[in-house]
Design a protein around this ligand. Structure first.
Ligand code: NAD
Length: 481
């Protein structure tokens, strides 16, 4: 069994309470690793170390080019250890090795991108209206950052936070999801190897209610960056309000994928699948809400069903596997509960809604691809985030109706639509109230473009130039000659 520690003030340590927690393999429910289960006192020690490194040990004064070089070294170490990282991610999450390898390529690219950006913001001199004066605007690192990540893309989500914060000159206390800590531990080992001074990078493992809440409420933390569910996000806003710390939130999504009748039919069917079945639908931007225009509705639903029947569910150790398990027994129960709700609400269950037949999979948290047709806007199965391999399909008749219904949600993370009409592309992409809109594609993201949600899907943006700016304060220096 893998045995790991957490990293506070440049030391690998156990929890002060001595508590440990087992990581569970979602493919068979068996333990794969044992890690410390930290608490508030561990989080406080890490925050104190990050505070010292920021206030007294000179990290923010390190030349930006040097910070960039260190981050670049970290990206190279990730490339070197890609296979080990991919295997750890797959062990922890059950997703296929191929998916984990893609994630690791992305992650190395994220560190590389922010390494390059670290020394590119020289500030600006502005035109002062007062004679004989100089006015300069500069950006400075925001300070000590608490960072909390979820279990669905464990290291990818952590890298979206770690890389820009370190590029900006902040110090960090990272808390990965307690369910999937392994790759974040490994990358912290690589950060130590890359040469980060003690206290700059800290890793505390443990539950959200203690470690996560301490990071959100502690007055020595200047910024809290969180990715996870809306309910937790609201708790974090409250906890963070006690010292008005900066807040960055990436929350959930219920993402419409709208298929107009003039779409390229086969590609739209392909992407309706790709939009949902990666990592068993446990994706914040899953296009789980498919809306199809009346003339092609029946044909589209039939094609979707035929394609979904072919998805091979299984363990990642089996080469034929296309879709792995859900993350935990608790999450499996949640997904099953939503499918029951859908049936009670009158949605037409066309496929799935059950566990796999294969007895080999019965100890894991597998669930079959599930298709609901004839859904309506008011159904909970349409409005709420199921976070599993479940697609709902709705019929619509006009462009206005499609846009209005797609927007009638508390979420605003991402949306996609399919059409060949250039005027419609312009109208609909502006009318949709989501942080990302995909036209004739779905679930595309890259580090150069910002990512984040409208409405209750979050606050602030990650990735891109703006993702670095989130970790900075803006200072105006006015000098009277
Ligand atoms: P979650 O909210 O249960 O947990 C996320 C993290 O918050 C974990 O590390 C957890 O320990 C911690 N946490 C729990 N309670 C806390 C508290 N009171 N204070 C501070 N921290 C606390 O979410 P999850 O189940 O791990 O992840 C799934 C959710 O994440 C989904 O809603 C998904 O849409 C969302 N997500 C969003 C994005 C995005 O980019 N917008 C990306 C990935 C996942």
């Amino acid at each position: 069994m893998i045995r790991k520690k957490m990293y506070i003030d440049g030391e690998w340590v156990e929890a002060r309470s001595g508590a440990v927690r087992q990581s569970i393999n979602p493919c068979d429910g068996q333990p794969i690793a044992e890690v410390p289960e930290g608490g508030r006192e561990d989080a406080q020690a890490a925050i104190a170390a990050a505070r010292r490194a920021f206030d007294h040990d000179g990290w923010p004064q390190t030349p930006a080019a040097e910070r960039g070089a260190m981050l670049y070294k970290l990206s190279e170490l990730i490339v070197r250890d890609k296979e080990e990282l991919a295997q750890l991610e797959t062990l922890d999450t059950g997703k296929t090795l191929e998916e984990s390898r893609w994630d690791m390529d992305d992650i190395a690219g994220i560190f590389r991108y922010f390494a390059g950006l670290a020394d590119k913001d020289g500030g600006e001199v502005i035109d002062s209206p007062i004679p004989d004066s100089t006015s300069t605007v500069i950006r400075e690192p925001v300070g000590v950052c608490g960072q909390i990540s979820p279990w669905n893309y464990p290291l990818l989500q952590a890298s979206w936070k770690m890389a820009p914060a370190l590029a900006a000159g902040c110090t960090i206390v990272m808390k990965p999801s307690e369910i999937t800590p392994l790759t974040t531990i490994k990358v912290t080992e690589l950060a130590e190897e890359a040469g980060y001074p003690k206290g700059v990078v800290n890793l505390v493992l443990g539950p959200g209610a203690s470690v996560g809440d301490e990071l959100s409420s502690n007055h020595d933390v200047d910024l809290i960056s969180f990715t996870g569910g809306i309910v937790t996000g609201k708790k974090i806003i409250q906890a963070a309000s006690t010292n008005v710390k900066k807040i960055a939130l990436e929350l959930g999504g219920k993402n419409p994928n709208i298929i107009f009748a003039d779409a390229d039919f086969d590609t739209a069917v392909d992407y309706a699948l790709n939009g949902v079945f990666f990592h068993a639908g446990q994706i914040c931007s899953a296009g789980a809400r498919v809306m199809v225009e009346d003339p092609i509705y029946d044909k589209f639903v039939a094609a979707l069903k035929a394609r979904m029947e072919k998805i091979v569910v299984g363990k990642w150790t089996d080469e034929k596997t296309q879709m792995g398990p859900l993350i935990s027994a608790q999450h499996l129960a949640k997904v099953k509960g939503y499918v029951e709700i859908g049936q009670q609400e009158g949605a037409k269950l066309l496929l799935g809604g059950n566990l796999p037949e294969d007895p080999e999979l019965r100890n894991g948290y597998f669930y079959m691809p599930t298709l609901f047709a004839d859904c309506t806007n008011d159904m909970r199965i349409v409005q709420e985030e199921v976070f599993g391999p479940v697609i709902t399909v709705e019929r619509f008749s006009t462009e206005d109706e499609a846009v209005e219904r797609a927007n009638s949600t508390v979420y605003g993370l991402s949306a996609g639509f399919w059409t060949r009409d250039p005027d419609r592309i312009q109208r609909v992409s502006r009318a949709l109230r989501f942080g990302t809109v995909w036209v004739n594609d779905f679930n595309v993201y890259f580090v150069q473009a910002p990512w984040g949600g409208y409405k209750q899907s979050g606050m602030g943006r990650e990735l891109g130039r703006i993702g670095l700016e989130e970790y900075t304060e803006v200072k105006h220096i006015y000098q009277n000659h």
